[in-house]
Write a new protein. Structure first.
Length: 151
């Protein structure tokens, strides 16, 4: 049963040839946060995403058949790593990210694994993750890290 006004989100597996579309979406979604801290560099962003991209762990976020974002969840030691969750800027603030997290939480809970995520310092994503049940874990120069314990 879905909650009224909650978007019906379907996660669709990505393929290697989706790379250009995914990196463009990532750059668009990160641009404001990176500009705020003086670190926006689309070439570096592309190189960093290329170095970690694995279609096996990547899924498109679709709403009504339209690709509006993507999520990357990969196993890492004794936890799952929510490596990327990006929603197109024009589709943010509509509950899509929270609906994606609800699906990812079900997957993590089925495996009885905690879920870890990092967010760029000064990014609105920090409040989003805390609002959705992540607890502050650690910080580094550019990123803050959060954990959602296994349930």
């Amino acid at each position: 049963m879905s909650v009224p006004n909650t978007p019906h989100v379907i996660l669709v597996p990505a393929v290697e040839t989706d790379f250009d579309e995914l990196v463009a979406l990532r750059i668009a979604a990160m641009r404001d946060s990176l500009e705020r801290i003086g670190r926006f560099d689309p070439v570096r962003a592309r190189e960093r995403f290329r170095a970690s991209f694995s279609a096996m762990y990547t899924r498109h976020v679709t709403v009504e058949g339209r690709r509006v974002g993507f999520v990357v969840v990969r196993p890492a030691q004794d936890q799952l790593l929510l490596e990327n969750l990006y929603i197109r800027p024009g589709n943010q603030g509509q509950g899509i990210g929270a609906a994606v997290l609800a699906q990812v939480f079900k997957e993590a809970d089925a495996l009885a694994m905690p879920l870890r995520v990092g967010a760029l310092r000064e990014s609105d994503a920090n409040r989003f993750y805390q609002r959705n049940g992540f607890e502050f874990l650690a910080e580094e120069e550019w990123d803050l890290y959060y954990l959602r314990p296994s349930r």
